[in-house]
Design a binder for this molecule. Sequence first.
Ligand SMILES: [Zn+2]
Length: 440
Amino acid sequence: MKRILGSLTVLAHMRGQKRLPYGSRPDIEAARDARVRAMVLHAARSVPHYREWFAREGLDPRAIRGAEDLVRLPLLARDTVRSDPRRFLSESRAAQGALTFLTSGSTGAPLEVHHDRTSLLANIAYGERERAPVIALTGGAFRPRELYVGYETSNFRKVIAFYAANTRLPRPKRRPVSMTAPFEEIVAALNAEKPDLLTAYGGFLDVFYRTVAARGVAVHAPKVVMYMGERLPPERRAWIETEVGARVLSRYCSVEAFKVGYFCEAGTGFHLHDDLCHVRILRPDGSEAALGEEGEIVISNLVNRATVLLNYPTGDMAALRAEACACGRSLRVMSEVQGRLEDMLPLASGETLHPRAIWAAFKDDRAVLQYQLTQHALDRFELKLVTADDASFPASRERALDRLRLLLGRSAAIEVTRHAELGRSERERSGKFRAVESRI
Ligand SMILES: [Zn+2]
């Protein structure tokens, strides 16, 4: 009975999902604003943080008429939510039986987010939008064969178990492989499974395909490569598209909001789920960035009635595109996300170096599979290199030192060591790998 009711909830939300991205802007904005009004009322009634805020400000929550009015609510501080997550949890019936998730905590302090059961079921239906470009690019199969390289995190297992217990819908044809498996094992899985779709972290895909190229390994080419969780620089994406002959797509999601944006067939950036999660891009002073101007992504989850987060800064940077996408979808498009994953490096010269400059120092050395640069003092650095084999290490080291001295200064002391792999243990610990890190 529970599974029938759950399936009906999914199906009820399924209506119109395929069409919605192609609807008119006024229709999409009307749906969005209706959800904003409902969510703000819900928050003011049942979420302690918001109930107190509206009372203190003497503001009638009905004065918030739509997404444009969200500027009237304060910007949240991530630390405030992290230190007292219960203040953002609704006391309503809708939140009863909610599932608890923890963020990976790249900054070391995990955040607790609760998702209500109806929104979790509806999330399957909203996924129709994201599945459409994958289905189109893999040849129209309703459920493409997928190889998923990742970690069986507790969040992932929790969602799968919840769907199995509460629905009777066909699930994706997905074969999971652990990201900690040896390179050869992942190649073997690809060759045995011959998936249409390969899903993994951005950083993993980059290293994996560099290794394939450097070793000249024969490996099955999926039609679509999907990366999530970490960014993959556009140059690396283009390189994989040429080298592998697959289309590279991405999705932007987080524990705070399961559906934020997704790539379409045109690959121009993330189409935003405007009516499910409102995205604002803010300058450092808190004002709205112009179209095309990079700023911090601030989200308002419009579907989750358990932990309510409105105007929540993600720590990620991106810009909204001014031009409409050629695919015909009306959902707004956000540029690829620039990361909080790497640090800016303050230099002895007084200048600051962007981590992308470091990447440029390695980009045309095919023997370098992965690197990690750690700054211990203004002029003292540690470079860890993963190279294709023992023989290529000395040349790669000299090349890296030449280029890094140009960037970091002649006086910089750089200690270089060779490693078999990087980031896997760090990733397990924190969920994120930092290629460039400043410890100053
Ligand atoms: Zn598009």
